[in-house]
Design a protein around this ligand. Structure first.
Ligand code: NAD
Length: 264
């Protein structure tokens, strides 16, 4: 018996990185997964790999910036499998060139990131919740970020959009808890997904590693296993929470690495 045996899940942005890990782990533990992604070839290939390994999944097109596309993905999930137990709102964008400091940021980019990173969480939940209520409950999981918990030199829109996800998580949890719907987020630190590896030059990766409490970077499965836990009934008394999976990046005095170097 798998940890999420018989559950039906929709994973957004599941063709790559964190979403792919979560989709794969959910199917290994008995869930049937709809992988929704802008990259429909990638979503279909991911589903084929899962089926090849004995799991059950389908890949579909999803544009998380468009309300009708999000609604359609939820509808397809319910039409195909009869219900939706788990919604993983994972799609999120960052833009190191245009999303910079508050004075210089591109305002169109602010709107785009708020739309894709935050409004997509609202919309996915809005369309899944009535199905979950009908079925007697469900688990909604959102991808936030450690960027939600501190100020930074750049990526102002990204940080604000992910902080909004953290509090929207509490609102969904508060509003639908009595319907047996839980809502939680996972807040990754730097995770070495293909996207992160392509975007981050080596000196930037080293800074992250220096300030992690642990001596290594995070991997997609570190988030995937957290999502699996939150999707499963093992976490049935946890709601409205954001689990920071970031190697202890923000849990100590931020200057500790410099003090350790000073002390030797
Ligand atoms: N990787 C990290 O270090 C890190 C850290 C903190 C938070 N996150 C968050 O984790 C989530 C996943 O990130 P990742 O690193 O796995 O990224 P990724 O680029 O590896 O995967 C993202 C997936 O989303 C898809 N996608 C992008 N825009 C889409 C859209 N509009 N509609 C549908 N699909 C779309 C892409 O095709 C891709 O398959 C994001 O919300 C991101 O903000 C990542």
């Amino acid at each position: 018996m798998g940890r999420v045996e018989g559950k039906i899940a929709l994973v957004t942005g599941g063709a790559s990185g964190i979403g792919l890990s979560a989709a794969t782990l959910l199917t290994k533990e008995g869930a049937k997964v709809v992988i929704g992604d802008f990259n429909v070839e990638g979503a279909t290939e991911a589903a084929e790999r899962i089926i090849h390994s004995g799991g059950e999944a389908i890949g579909i097109f999803l544009d998380a910036s468009k309300e009708d596309s999000i609604k359609k993905a939820v509808d397809i999930t319910v039409e195909k499998y009869g219900k939706i137990d788990v919604l993983y709102n994972n799609v999120g964008l960052t833009n190191l060139q245009k999303d910079v400091d508050v004075v210089n940021m591109d305002l169109e980019e602010w709107d785009r990131l708020m739309n894709v990173n935050t409004k997509s969480v609202l919309l996915g939940s809005r369309y899944a919740i009535p199905h979950m209520i009908k079925a007697g409950g469900g688990s909604i999981i959102n991808t936030a970020s450690m960027a939600a918990f501190a100020g930074d030199a750049t990526r102002s829109a990204y940080g604000a959009s992910k902080a909004a996800v953290v509090n929207l998580t509490r609102y969904i949890a508060a509003q639908y808890g009595k319907n047996n719907i839980r809502c939680n987020s996972v807040a990754p630190g730097l995770i070495l997904t293909p996207a992160a590896k392509n975007n981050m030059p080596e000196p930037v990766l080293s800074i992250f590693e220096k300030y992690n409490a642990l001596p290594y970077h995070g991997e997609a499965d570190d988030i995937g296993y957290t999502v699996l836990f939150l999707a499963s009934d093992e976490s049935k008394f946890i709601t409205g929470q954001t689990i920071q999976v970031e190697g202890g990046h923000y849990m100590a005095n931020p200057s500790i690495a410099d003090f350790q170097a000073l002390i030797g």
